[in-house]
Design a protein. Sequence first.
Length: 82
Amino acid sequence: MMLKVLIYAYMVGVLSSRKIAARLETDVAFLVLAAGNRPNHRTICAFRQRYLQDFRKLFIELVMVARAAGLTKLGKVSIDGT
């Protein structure tokens, strides 16, 4: 449940544990993903710290699967500051 919530939070640009916890109180999408659970920001932060390395490995694997399926392209992005 926590992994689903974190992945969705990152996808919609919510990075802070406190902001994720707040969204779990008000946002229907977050509530559905959390199956009605409402972990507080400390629980979210502890989960993130405990499983950070595993989360990174899973994220890389998901990107590679998406790339193999043709759902995304990987490459360099350059931005000109002018």
